[in-house]
Design a protein around this ligand. Sequence first.
Ligand code: PMP
Length: 458
Amino acid sequence: MGIADSVLDLIGDTPLVRLKRMSEEYGLTSLLTMKLEAANPGGSAKDRPALEMVLRAEADGLLHPGGTIVEPTSGNTGVGLAIVAAQRGYRCVFVVTDKVSPEKVDLLRAYGAEVVVCPVAVPPDHPDSYYSTAERLVTEIPGAYRPNQYANPANPQAHTLTTGPEIWRQTDGRVTHFVAGAGTCGTLTGTARYLKAQNPDVRIVAADPRGSVYSGGSGRPYLVEGVGEDFFPAAWDPSLIDEVIEVSDRDSFLMARRISRTEGILTGGSGGMAVAAALQVARRCGPDDVIVVLNPDSGRGYLSRVFNDTWMATHGFLGESDGPTLAEVLAHRPDRSPLLYVNPAHTARDAIAVMQREAVSQLPVCKNEPPFATAEVVGAVHELELMAGAHQDRSVLDRPVAELMGPRLPTIGVGQLAVHATRLLEQHPAVLVLADGRPSTVVTRADMLTYFSHTSRG
Ligand code: PMP
């Protein structure tokens, strides 16, 4: 009978499908195929390492009946672990960042797991970071075991044992390129080990979000979920990676939407990122090349973000079409100076100097240097508050703005309707404009008035 003994036996053996319409659109001569990891019981590639890590922990005596699995995870590893835990009788506590979509958190809870949400905009050694929180829970909960997918050799091993052989078999050994997003690098490294052992000429391509370490960034925030890192995990093995392709949030999200519509394969941001990289590879390839791009999960987990037109517009990825947009307002501004800002450590005196030089009344307070991620905007300083403070006590002028700043300015997408800006500016002196998911400038009442006066001349 064709009956699996448990859901765990259904992990792996995912289909490989040609990206037919995309190949036609791009005029590709190579064979571009996608491995559909959403076909796993938990809906992602992470079911594979989840199972392998738990089996290994049991075999090594690290996880005992009635034990608790604690793991910081962006969601997919959590689902995989929750499924394995359900079958094998463990409790699960997951630690996630507030960057993760709410659906993913609900999903983990639906499998009976407990979820702790931590801020993304803190360094890994901060006590509230999701790494630190996980460490604390492991010591507090008796019988806790932390698989630690970032250091666990069973993570890449799962892909060496399953993903690699499947791809080799499904392509009759003709695969020439393997492209996948780099997160823990379990997928890339594990699959690469198997494929390169069969044929050392198979090229391994890592797709990485702009800002992440693999493509030379510092790990600064980006919006694509589940990929990119701010440190090099144990599974990162540059000797196996032939190329790293950096992909922006914008290209990742727009590609995810495009694949979903043209191929009928619902794809999330990291899948869109991997395909954007795979298309760059495929364009350079010829008729003998067989490219396998791994689609790690489904777009279902991202309906409120990548597939939500309002979310896309408010982050400056998409334009609204039923009226003049903020982009038109900005086009009427005489100056096109880049985003004016101060760092949290700058003093009030520094901030006042910038405001006077640039003739503005407020500044966003941003960590690091441009181009900033929206998560790096931590507040705003306004001349009104600085004046009031300095009036009471002149020493205020030498204090860092981090101690004096107010809340962040409200944000608006550059493609959103100008009328939204007017509404926000009725309540706030200035609004931060986002373009392609990043702060690009500040718009004020004066900018709206300039636009209105220019466009009323007929
Ligand atoms: N995409 C998504 C959505 C993920 O959750 C993950 C896992 N973090 C990846 C891609 C990357 O896989 P890996 O950790 O094996 O590098």
